[in-house]
Design a protein around this ligand. Structure first.
Ligand code: GLA
Length: 395
């Protein structure tokens, strides 16, 4: 089925169809803290994934993405398994279907879902979480069910942990769910509490994308996840009252017999947690922006030296940006091992200056990279066909 046919189908079923949008996210501060029960700051961006849903009266599921897969996946609500190859993108949707079924929230009959994304590709803005949230929001509407935003985020995280098999924390799904215009999303990952924090109006957020994706990025992420668990186990053998790595302090690490690489991982997590708290309190009490920005620069240095999830390309960009007079702070964002650097800038930082950064990068690495400026935006929501409509043909 072609997109146009689907849109016709959607028009005919407007009454019982549904249309959702879920934004991508930037990890603003708090690297690898979410699955360690820490506090993280995310920002939902003004780009994401749109999902059109139409119910069927049999048990068929059809999933089509004009950007991602380019072909249609067909299955049944009565049973499906994890997909591979060209259809591996459908696992984010199928994981959500499965989790909604487990919680008795899924539509009883089948459905067609059509996806479209205006997120730049391979930028590390978590198109996967946006896909999950857009799927969940659409299917809940089709089923006539409503859940709170925190439950929605948790359903999607569970889909990613259990069905996709990625041991991520709640940062991506929580940010896509709780995004707010001109605000950051603050997540207390231990208590599963979400709130917003206004960004100063005269600042902007940019992404510089290396396009580097380490082949082993998923397994390196899992390795860091396991290492953090090992650090916690070592600390707990001496301090049984500790429940989370983010509750530790450096002297606890000193008091244990811990291999050097694990000690560095632990120190990164502990110090990063302190930076997030200091940033949050500083922003709430109007602390000098340059001081706030320095927490972002320190975060990058710690990811690079202690958590060792950076690479020379990300370090180069972070160095260039952190020494620029209009940049408040820059750091690698997301899982690391390639991907992108985010820069929080004064509004005097212009496109020309972003171009200069990419030219310096090109001179050094012989590689052209792209950059994007984003606005902090609202979280997952019902989309309206005639506002931010990615399907021009519907007009
Ligand atoms: C990825 C994961 C998130 C988080 C970050 C690192 O984006 O999906 O859950 O762990 O890495 O902070």
């Amino acid at each position: 089925m072609q997109n146009l046919e689907f849109i016709e189908l959607f028009k005919q079923n407007k009454q019982n169809g549904s249309f959702s949008f879920a934004p991508g996210r930037i990890e603003f501060l708090g690297n690898h803290l979410d699955y360690n029960g820490g506090d993280v700051l995310g920002m939902a961006v003004n780009a994401g994934v749109y999902c059109l849903g139409v119910p069927t009266d049999d048990n068929t599921i059809s999933l089509f993405s004009e950007n991602i897969g380019g072909s249609r996946w067909l299955g049944s609500v009565d049973g499906f398994t994890k997909q591979s190859g060209n259809f591996s993108w459908t696992n984010y949707c199928l994981g959500v279907v499965k989790e909604l079924q487990n919680q008795n929230l899924a539509p009883k009959n089948g459905f067609h879902l059509l996806f479209s994304s205006d997120l730049p590709t391979s930028v590390g803005l978590s198109s996967s979480a946006a896909l999950e949230l857009a799927t969940a929001h659409t299917l809940l509407q089709l089923a006539g069910n409503t859940v709170e935003r925190d439950q929605l985020a948790n359903i999607c995280r569970k889909a990613e942990n259990d069905f996709v098999g990625m041991p991520c924390g709640i940062l991506d799904q929580g940010t896509s769910a709780f995004g707010k215009k001109n605000n950051l999303v603050c997540i207390d990952c231990d208590q599963n509490k979400f709130s917003n924090l206004a960004l100063p109006p005269d600042t902007e957020v940019w992404i510089f994308n290396t396009r580097i994706k380490h082949d082993l990025v998923d397994s390196l992420y899992s390795t860091r996840h396991k290492e953090c668990q090992e650090v916690l186990n070592i600390v707990q053998s001496k301090f049984p009252e500790i429940n989370l790595l983010t509750e530790c302090n450096p002297s606890m690490l000193d008091a244990t017999e811990i291999p050097e690489n694990l000690k560095k991982r632990g120190l990164h997590v502990i110090e990063e947690q302190n930076r997030v708290r200091a940033f949050k309190e500083g922003l709430e009490s109007n602390l000098n922006l340059a001081v706030l920005g320095s927490y972002l620069a320190d975060s990058h240095a710690s990811s690079s030296d202690k958590f060792e999830n950076s690479c020379s390309e990300l370090d180069f960009l972070a160095d260039q940006l952190n020494s620029h007079k209009s940049v408040l702070g820059a750091r690698l964002t997301g899982g690391g091992f390639g991907g992108a650097v985010m820069a929080w800038t004064r509004d005097s930082f212009s496109e020309n200056e972003a171009v200069t950064i990419t030219e310096n990068y090109k001179n050094h690495f012989k590689q052209q990279i792209d950059f994007h400026q984003f606005r902090a935006s609202d979280g997952v929501r019902t989309a309206h066909l005639y506002d931010e409509n990615p399907f021009d043909t519907i007009r």
